[in-house]
Structure formats: structure tokens, C-alpha cells
Design a protein around this ligand. Structure first.
Ligand code: HEM
Length: 719
């Protein structure tokens, strides 16, 4: 089985506009489609115009219900290949044969917003992968955050109703920064961990290609001998994990609402195929409670420092869809789609999901036969006694549709090697109690906050200030600080509380200490993911007539072979003539683009060009925004004056104690673009952002102020 198999299988359903002349849905040729059939040139339209009626009817019914959650998404085809046989853990065929190339389809999504909402909103991202294996379809339906809001699926409608637009006015769209969401959080401490991840930079990814993915639940792997182990699934992006700045994310939402969708599409189109390694954290069944928390609790993660992630295979996305609706919209993922060798656990969140997906898809995709849609079809033959239903595509040639039967000679025969549920022992009495082992809601959020780098912690503080600052009811703000955040991290609570008018009260009960956490988990910080490549980073090079041609060429020749994308930005789309007469064709103009759409900005030298650019307000904004958003900046031939003119005046005076230590961090300057310039610039680009350059919030965080004060006190003590 190979990718070609699924591609070819899909190809059979592809219809191209050049495949034949225009017809109605009944195949009747259409010679004229621009005027309806009327009683005379200026007369009423006639009911018998079947072409008009069909055309309008079909248009009227083009929309299907959007997903009730994860409505906005982008998808791509690709392959998965395991590195080595994993027979000691699982009998799943696609995880045992390194030679086997398993076709996949992946869909990434936001959770909250409607189909037409913007890509860069603060939210969890769905990360769903359908493996078309030779034992049937396996769906790994995960998120880019390793924990979930709630522990029991019965709370899913509650948390989603809380975070979706408010019911009376349907405001706000695709935002958690509103009263109902934070009301729920303030009353439901189990939401704390996921909420803090959402408020961190994980909630505003730079790219879908630069996100981790997590299966979230603990699943079971089943070996051929029937032995089982618990597993946490991970996707590790080869490009590392990187975020946007919040201000930038909001601006992108206006400048290019399709930013993530476009980024995924363009990368695949260019041949820069996104890749992730599949990771396993394996735990013996007996150790389900060995790590200080319950592995059945989806609000907890298993620190990688306690159980390392084994990298077991490679996912590559290498083909864009042909038809968004047919593929990305109609794809139907379901956690219940498992193959022999992978099984469920008793996690009550997972158990509810096992019901929900098929149920919702019956409505969304209009009946029980959507598994026959090309994108959902298995590569293996499907044979059973399921019958009829709306949109049945199969013509089943049989005389008996039940089991057992003699009339069809017992067919279809049972599959002796098929899926058998693990005979996991279950004991208990009927109850709606929450397990004691699920009740620690603050230790792991504390570990998460403590594991963040300083800039990440600052971003988290600012995000909480923003979100809670939008909450209009004071009692909700008060509860989030004093019932939730103070139990996680009193300094964080104070930092946020001061900005939203809430005094921190001493926690009424001490935090349940020590359970389910390493003191720190460095793996949780995005800083500790790969920063070793400039591949697919977008660099805006600002040019106009008289630009030093050698600078532009040097940039292109150095950056493009490493996979970076160099975009020439000019005042218009007309050709630009360099100082040696070279002609440059701009990629985009200042009229339509903005620095928020790039990872870095360079202004090459050339006296005339630098002078002309310095008179354009839009260029000032370009440079200022790139600086504010901590992006690498390069200036040649004296063009750094453009930045100097844009730096906020009296920065350190405005923010005593939290001055930006080095406003030139990540900024490279030189007379010409030479090897040193290029090396330094690429180093800055590899690091993604110089976050330490960030202009602090007007209300400096307590943590920083204290740290700075301590530093200032140090020399005095020495003296
Ligand atoms: C660990 C927790 C969860 C994760 C990681 C998760 C992930 C996802 C993802 C990635 C999708 C989008 C699938 C796609 O691209 O088509 C999705 C859709 C959905 N999820 Fe979840 N989800 C979780 C919990 C739940 C729970 C607890 C429920 C309900 C009890 C639920 C109900 C749904 C529904 C109804 C959809 C829409 C499916 C469709 O219309 O095709 N999810 N979820």
C-alpha cells in the first residue's frame, strides 16, 4: 500500500472542468446559461426552466452545517512512516513495517470561531490525522495543547457554551476574552491548566507547521501477545515550536485572516513539506497512578522529564487538497476510529468523545453514509450488513443482510484477526462521583508557569490581563484571581490582579503540594524546542530605486538556499532599478502588505533608496512594527537611521526598573550585506524572535520588578 493508492483512489472522484461540455445534473447539454427562460424578452420567467431551477436550487443548498466546534480549519495530504517495528508495544501493522508508507490526511483547526473567523485568534488548535492503513482507518484526533479544559465529557457542552459567543447577542466571535468563559473558569478549577496553556504563546502559533500535537488522553497499545501498555501520543514539529506576539496576531487577523491556512498551503506548494515526528510516552499499566496524578485525567500531562518521548515515526504533509469542501470540510475524524493494536482507556473525557463524533457527523454530513465520501473512504474493502440510509453510494448485490446466514454462504465472514477490545478488568458501582485522584487542579498549572522562560511568562501575564480586562463583571475577575490564579502562582495573580483592579487575598487553603509535577519541566517551554533552522522563514526586503543591488542579491543567495523565503517589498509593483542598473521585480507593495506578515525585515543600502524609504511613513511603520514584535532586523548602508527614528523615546524612563536591556538585540547593522552580516542575521532568524526586546506593559509585572530590584541591590551589597 502506498500514498499513490490513496491519491489514485481519490483521483477517481476528481472531475475537471475541461472533462466535457456543460450539462445539467442529469447530463443534458446546456447551450446557454446566462439568461433564464422568459415569456418574451421582457416577460416573466417560466416555471418550466429546469436549468434555472436546478442551478438555483443547487446554489441554495451549497452550505452544510459547520462543525459545532473546530469549524475553521485547513488540511493537507501526506504520508506516515514508522522508523522501526514497534512490535513490543503494538500489533498495528502501520507501526510495525518501516517500509510501509501510510497515506494520511491532516486537518488543523481553531476550536471556538466560526468557519469564517480569523486564523490568528487566541485559541487551542486541533491537530487531527487520519491514517489510511491497510487494517482500516485510524484517526489520531488531538490538539496542540497536551491537556484539556475538563475531566469528564459531560462538561463539554458547558465549556463550549461558555467560550462560544454569548447567547443573547452572539458576541464576541472567536474569542475567550469575555464574561461567560471566565465565569466558567472561575467556578471550575479543573479548567485552570488548559486555560493557562491557551493564554501562553501556544495559543497564538506562528504557523500550523510549528505546533506540537498531542493525543491528550492516555490510550492503550496492544501487542500481538495481548499485553498492553499505556501511551501518550505526541507530534514534534521538526521546525520547532514558535509563537506570534499578541499585538501582531491581532493585526494579522485584519491584514490576512487566512494567515495560517495560506502559510500551510504556500509551504506545501513550494515543496517545503511540513514534518512532525510521532512520539510515544510509554507507561506500564500498573503505573497508571505512579506519577502523582491519574493518567486517566485529561487535565494532566506526563512530564517528559519523567517519561521521555520516544520518536517512532515521521509525518510529512506533501500535497494540498484539490477541493476544499470535498476534502477539508467533509473529512470526518473520530477518536473511535482505531485499528487493532490501539485501544481506549477509561478516561471519562475520552469515553464521551467516543459517542460524540459520529453523532454530530450524522447531522453535519447528512446521514449515516458519509464514510463513503472519497476523503473518508478506507483503502481496504468495507463489508458488513449495514444497509440503506440517505446517500447510499454502494449498490450491494446480495440476497441476505444479516448474520448468521446461509443464503449468502455466511458472507461476509468474520475477521479472526480483527479488532478485539482489551479485556481490561472493570469493577465498581454506579456513581457520578469524581475520582479522588482527579482533584488536584493547581499543581500542574504551577509547574507549567514555573517552566516558562521570562518572556513567555510575561506574555502569559499580558494575555491574562487582556482577557480578564475584557471581563465586565467585577465578581468574575475577582474569583479568577482569588479562587484560581492565586493557588497556581501568587505572583502571577498579583501581576494580573493589579492590572484589572483586583486585590490578591491570601489563599484560603494551601495548594495541594507535590502531586503530579516535576518542580520544573523544561520541555514545556517553547524556548527549548528546535531553533536550528531558518527554513520557511519569510524575510521582507524593503527596496526602491537606487537600492544597493549587491545587498539584495547577497541576501537572496544566502537565505534562499537555506529554505528562507525572500520577499522584495516596494512602493508599487513596478520594477525597481538598483544602483548598478539591475532590475528587481517586487513581490508585494507597501499598499497591500505589512511587517506582521513576515518573520524578519531587512533594509539594504543604497543612498538614494535609503533616503526615499525614510520619507515614506509606511516604511517607518513597517520597521517599527517589526522592532516592536521583536523580529530580526537587518540594516545596511546607514539604513538603521530608519529604526532610530522609530524607537520609542525615553523608553527606560517610562518604565523604570523594566527598561529594555538592549533595544538592538536581534538587530544587525553593517555598511554592506557581507558574510558577517549574513551570519549574524541568520543566527537572529534561527532564534525566531528577540523576545527580551519587548516593550513592557505599562504596568510592569511584579516578578520582573522584584528581580530587577534584587539585581540593583546586589552591587550595593558588594560595596
Ligand atoms: C481531549 C479532548 C479533545 C480533543 C483533543 C478534541 C479534538 C478535536 C478536533 C481536532 C476536532 C476537529 C476535527 C476535524 O478537524 O474535523 C474536534 C471536533 C469535534 N469535537 Fe473534539 N476534542 C476533544 C474533546 C471533545 C469532547 C469531550 C467532545 C464531546 C463530548 C468533543 C466533540 C467534538 C465535536 C462534536 C467535534 C466536531 C466534529 C465534526 O463535526 O466533524 N470533543 N475535536
Amino acid at each position: 500500500m502506498s500514498l499513490t493508492t490513496k491519491t489514485e483512489e481519490l483521483e477517481a472522484s476528481v472531475v475537471r472542468s475541461g472533462d466535457g461540455p456543460m450539462t445539467t445534473d442529469q447530463g443534458i447539454g446546456i447551450p446557454h446559461t446566462d439568461d433564464s427562460l422568459k415569456a418574451g424578452q421582457r416577460g416573466s420567467t417560466l416555471l418550466e426552466d429546469f436549468h434555472l431551477r436546478e442551478k438555483i436550487t443547487r446554489f441554495d443548498h451549497e452550505r452544510i452545517p459547520e462543525r459545532v466546534v473546530h469549524a475553521r480549519g485547513a488540511g493537507a495530504h501526506g504520508t506516515f512512516q514508522v522508523y522501526r517495528p514497534l512490535a513490543e508495544y503494538t500489533r498495528a501493522g502501520f507501526l510495525n513495517d518501516p517500509a510501509r508508507v501510510t497515506p494520511v490526511f491532516a486537518r488543523f483547526s481553531t476550536v471556538v470561531g466560526s468557519r469564517g473567523s480569523a486564523d490568528t485568534v487566541r485559541d487551542t488548535r486541533g491537530f487531527a490525522v487520519k491514517f489510511y492503513t491497510d487494517e482500516g482507518n485510524y484517526d489520531l484526533v488531538g490538539n496542540n495543547i497536551p491537556v484539556f479544559f475538563i475531566q469528564d465529557g459531560i462538561k463539554f457542552p458547558d465549556v463550549i457554551h461558555a467560550v462560544k459567543p454569548e447567547p443573547h447577542n452572539e458576541i464576541p466571535q472567536a474569542q475567550s476574552a469575555h464574561d461567560t468563559f471566565w465565569d466558567f473558569v472561575s467556578l471550575q478549577p479543573e479548567t485552570t491548566h488548559h486555560t493557562l496553556w491557551n493564554m501562553s504563546d501556544r495559543g497564538i502559533p506562528r504557523s500550523l507547521r510549528m505546533m506540537e500535537g498531542f493525543g491528550v488522553h492516555t490510550f492503550r497499545l496492544v501487542a500481538a501477545d495481548g499485553s498492553t501498555r499505556l501511551v501518550k501520543f505526541h507530534w514534534k514539529p521538526l521546525l520547532g515550536v514558535h509563537g506570534l506576539a499578541w499585538d501582531e496576531a491581532q493585526e494579522i487577523a485584519g491584514r490576512d485572516p487566512d494567515f495560517h491556512r495560506r502559510d500551510l498551503w504556500d509551504a506545501i506548494d513550494r515543496g517545503a513539506f511540513p514534518q512532525w515526528e510521532l512520539g510515544f510516552q510509554i507507561v506500564e499499566e500498573a503505573d497508571v497512578l505512579a506519577y502523582g496524578f491519574d493518567l486517566l485525567d485529561a487535565t494532566k500531562l506526563l512530564p517528559e522529564e519523567l517519561v521521555p518521548v520516544q520518536r517512532v515515526g515521521l509525518l510529512t504533509l506533501d500535497r494540498n487538497p484539490v477541493d476544499y469542501f470535498a476534502e477539508v470540510e467533509q473529512v470526518a475524524f473520530h477518536v473511535a476510529h482505531v485499528v487493532p493494536g490501539i485501544d481506549f482507556t477509561e478516561d471519562p473525557l475520552l469515553q464521551a468523545r467516543l459517542f460524540s463524533y459520529l453523532d454530530t457527523q450524522l447531522t453535519r454530513l447528512g446521514g449515516p453514509n458519509f464514510h463513503q465520501l472519497p476523503i473518508n473512504r478506507t483503502l481496504v474493502p468495507v463489508s458488513n450488513h449495514q444497509q440503506d440510509g440517505i446517500h447510499q453510494h454502494m449498490i450491494k448485490d446480495r440476497r441476505a443482510d444479516y448474520h448468521p446466514n446461509t443464503i449468502e454462504q455466511g458472507c461476509p465472514a468474520l475477521s479472526p484477526d480483527g479488532f478485539v477490545h482489551v479485556p481490561a478488568p472493570l469493577t465498581g458501582y454506579k456513581t457520578r462521583e469524581r475520582s479522588e485522584t482527579f482533584l488536584d487542579h493547581f499543581s500542574q498549572p504551577a509547574m507549567f508557569v514555573e517552566s516558562l522562560s521570562d518572556p513567555e511568562r510575561d506574555h502569559l501575564t499580558e494575555a491574562l490581563r487582556f482577557e480578564l480586562g475584557k471581563v465586565t463583571r467585577a465578581d468574575i475577575r475577582e474569583r479568577v484571581i482569588n479562587d484560581i490564579l492565586v493557588h497556581v502562582d501568587p505572583i502571577l495573580a498579583e501581576d494580573v490582579g493589579r492590572a484589572i483592579g483586583v486585590e490578591v487575598a491570601a489563599p484560603s487553603e494551601p495548594r495541594r503540594a507535590g502531586t503530579g509535577r516535576a518542580p520544573m519541566s523544561p520541555a514545556l517551554s517553547m524556548v527549548n524546542t528546535p531553533h536550528d533552522s531558518i527554513a520557511t522563514r519569510k524575510v521582507a526586503v524593503l527596496i526602491t530605486h537606487g537600492v544597493h543591488s549587491a545587498d539584495v542579491t547577497a541576501l537572496q543567495e544566502a537565505l534562499e538556499p537555506s529554505g528562507a523565503v525572500v520577499a522584495l517589498i516596494a512602493g508599487s509593483l513596478s520594477h525597481v532599478v538598483g544602483d548598478d542598473g539591475s532590475i528587481f521585480v517586487p513581490t508585494a507593495s507597501f499598499l497591500t502588505t505589512s511587517s506582521v506578515l513576515y518573520d524578519a525585515v531587512v533594509v539594504p543600502g543604497g543612498a538614494d533608496s535609503v533616503d526615499a524609504l525614510s520619507h515614506l511613513a509606511v516604511v517607518g511603520q513597517f520597521v517599527r512594527d517589526a522592532w516592536r514584535h521583536c523580529k530580526p532586523l537587518g540594516f545596511a548602508g546607514g539604513s538603521a537611521s530608519l529604526l532610530v527614528a522609530q524607537l520609542p523615546a525615553r523608553m527606560s524612563i517610562d518604565h523604570p526598573g523594566v527598561a529594555i536591556q538592549d533595544p538592538w538585540l536581534g538587530v544587525v547593522e553593517s555598511d554592506v550585506v557581507d558574510d558577517t552580516f549574513l551570519a549574524q542575521f541568520q543566527d537572529a532568524l534561527r532564534l525566531h524572535r528577540a523576545w527580551a526586546r519587548q516593550v513592557p506593559d505599562p504596568i510592569p509585572p511584579v516578578a520582573r520588578t522584584r528581580a530587577t530590584a534584587a539585581k540593583e541591590a546586589e552591587p550595593m551589597a558588594n560595596a
